[in-house]
Ligand binder design. Sequence first.
Ligand code: GRF
Length: 197
Amino acid sequence: MFKIGVMASGGGSNFKAIIDRIGEGDLEAQCKFLITNNGGCGAVHHAEEYGIPVYHISGKTHPDQAAYEAAMLEVLDKYDVDLLILAGYMKALPLCMLKRLPNRILNIHPSLLPKFGGKGFWGHHVHEAVLAAHETESGPTVHLVSEEIDRGRILAQTKVPVLPDDTPDTLAARVLVQEHALYWKTIKEYAESLGLH
Ligand code: GRF
């Protein structure tokens, strides 16, 4: 059984979808920790429900950059995870994390990358831009995390239609349903491709 750690900042619905699949036995992995930069977020609540250790590491808890990075690496070292899963983690990862886990960090983004990715494309901004560009389809992308934001190797995408009367909220909701279906399956397939058990 391979080991994952998750990082999240927000509601944590993707995190919950993954740990639910683990709980159901569909994803044969163990989730060893949640790292968050937002101690009061929904993801923390889901972690507590599942008894998953939570580490609150942010600029507030660790104002010194070196201490901040050391705290992150300490968690990685403690659990020696195979994959690190970003599930709505809203901060750029320090380079030391990318170096510690090359090709082992996954992220989910709510557009069909490479479209509508990179700096400034997060949350509702993504869906607003998709609508402003009159796209006819959108959908989530799971990709490897590299130094350039939202530019790592694409592992999987799901397309959904953009409807004429969509608002950013209705489009976001349609994409989010597909995020929940896509992320755990992609983690499973990627782990298999690496020979993780
Ligand atoms: C999702 O839309 C994901 O694509 C993006 O952040 C959002 C997180 O949502 N990276 P949730 O916290 O998992 O509900």
